[in-house]
Design a protein around this ligand. Structure first.
Ligand SMILES: N[C@@H](CCSC[C@H]1O[C@@H](n2cnc3c(=O)[nH]cnc32)[C@H](O)[C@@H]1O)C(=O)O
Ligand SMILES: [Zn+2]
Length: 435
């Protein structure tokens, strides 16, 4: 399907301004052309979309999450990471079946699509089920089988990861990408990580891992190894791989230097880090060292939304407050984090997250007819500071509509809700309130 979108305002992801009235042509899943004013004449293979009262912008890219944790939204709130994980989340996850994980992923995709996300990242179990659900939904994703290697070297899960990578890299007509996904330095000791590193290098796919999320993680690392988590990972050889490091909240200057030198990419999750009381990542320092950073929501059990509009506004406000400097991050830079820098963070097509000829046609429309979009001094500013995930009306991935006029075209929302209500009965209320 080819599309001629006319009479539309757009943000192309590259320029620090919005086009107030222009056109965008989409052909064979890619952006073909775009510009100001009237659209050129097109043949009958193009379907017209009137962009009146709409702003078109690149689909958002979620660089860190655990989609199926949507089933645990609101299940364990107001607890620090380690208690949250060990006492509540891990026991609950132990009873999730592959069917449940597929369902939770669908619930997550419903929410992500409704709030303009076109690419998401996942670290979880039963990734074949996650990948198949993603392919059916038509989203773009970077998926990795989560690995926890505490006790012995858990080579079975590693073998599962490896066959997942071999089977699914490039699946879904190229929409699915794969990674290795060792959970964290505190759950995957160096000997185990070395096995993962070898596989990641052999298969030439990136490796995603949680790094330096809490002060406790860092203190434990010093007492166990005499070094920071980043130093430990570096010395283990991890930074020889393509790394997507989630969180990276508690870093020394030396850690940041090591990460910059070895081109470690960072998935910054401000909402989850605040909710778990973990802290605030040193975003400005990371960017000053030219470290590639994207934005993530993390799972819905620690955010509790999968709405990147929230993270976008949050990232643009939070660091101004922390630095006591209103210039710490501007609206355009914040918007880049959730679009093109997100694609770079995930080692995807460097044109993804932009609208330019040849870029993948992953985009969203927001309704700008409401009061929060007036006056029109600066539409780009409105996207960052005034918009709302609920303003998203349409979402396309690779030129294919997945959410159109606020209706899902690939996912059955009623069926997902019905099954979610049924499935969560396995988590008894007594357990939920027994914090
Ligand atoms: N449970 C899987 C492997 C882990 S998947 C990724 C894990 O990350 C956990 N997780 C989610 N959010 C966070 C976070 O912010 N920090 C650390 N772990 C998290 C999540 O609960 C999940 O268990 C197995 O079969 O071995
Ligand atoms: Zn996480």
């Amino acid at each position: 399907m080819n599309w001629l979108i006319e009479n539309v305002a757009y943000f192309d992801g590259i320029h620090n301004t919005c086009m107030e009235r222009g056109y965008v042509l989409v052909r064979d899943g890619k952006i073909e052309a775009l510009g100001a004013g009237e659209a050129p004449l097109c043949d009958a293979s193009y379907e017209r979309i009137d962009g009146k009262d709409r702003l078109l912008l690149p689909g958002f890219i979620n660089t860190h999450g655990h989609a199926a944790m949507s089933l645990l939204r609101g299940y364990a709130d107001d607890l620090p990471l380690h208690t949250w994980l060990k006492d509540l989340i891990w026991p609950a996850e132990a009873v999730l079946s592959p069917d449940d994980i597929e369902l939770g992923t669908e619930l997550a995709m419903l929410e992500m699509l409704e709030t303009g996300t076109t690419t998401f990242t996942d670290m979880y179990a039963d990734m074949d089920r996650v990948a198949n659900a993603t392919i059916r939904a038509g989203m773009r994703a970077v998926l990795g089988r989560g690995l926890i290697g505490f006790d012995d070297v858990n080579l079975e899960k590693l073998a599962e990861s490896e066959s997942f990578v071999r089977m699914y890299e490039g699946a879904g007509e190229g929409l699915i990408h794969t990674t290795f996904a060792p959970h964290a330095p505190y759950t995957c000791p160096p000997d185990y990580l070395k096995h993962v590193i070898t596989r990641s290098q052999q298969l030439a796919v990136p490796l995603q891992i949680h790094i330096a999320e809490t002060a406790k993680e860092v203190a434990d690392s010093y007492s166990e190894y005499g070094k920071s988590p980043v130093e430990l990972l570096y010395e283990t050889g991890l930074f020889e791989c393509q790394i997507i490091g989630a969180h990276c909240v508690h870093l020394t200057d030396r850690d940041i230097e090591l990460m910059a030198e070895h081109h470690v990419h960072v998935a910054h999750n401000p909402g989850s880090n605040l909710k778990l009381g973990s802290g605030i990542a040193p975003l400005r320092k990371l960017l000053e060292q030219n470290i590639v950073v994207g934005l993530g929501t993390d799972g819905a059990a620690s955010n509790n939304k999968l709405d990147l509009y929230e993270e976008l506004r949050l990232v643009a406000l939070l660091h101004k407050g922390v630095e006591q400097d209103a210039t710490a991050i501007d609206a355009f830079s914040a918007l880049r984090l959730v679009t093109n820098e997100g694609a770079k963070t995930l080692f995807l097509d460097p044109m993804l997250g932009t609208l330019q000829p040849g870029a993948p046609a992953d985009f969203q429309f927001i309704d700008i007819s409401g009061p929060r979009y007036y006056p029109r001094h600066n539409l780009l500013s409105h996207i960052v500071y005034s918009s709302h995930g609920g303003d998203v009306t349409d979402v396309f991935v690779a030129g294919k509509p997945l959410f159109r006029k606020r209706e899902h075209l690939t996912l059955d929302k009623e069926k997902v809700f019905y099954n979610v209500k049924r499935v969560v009965q396995k988590f008894p209320l007594s357990q939920r309130v027994n914090v």
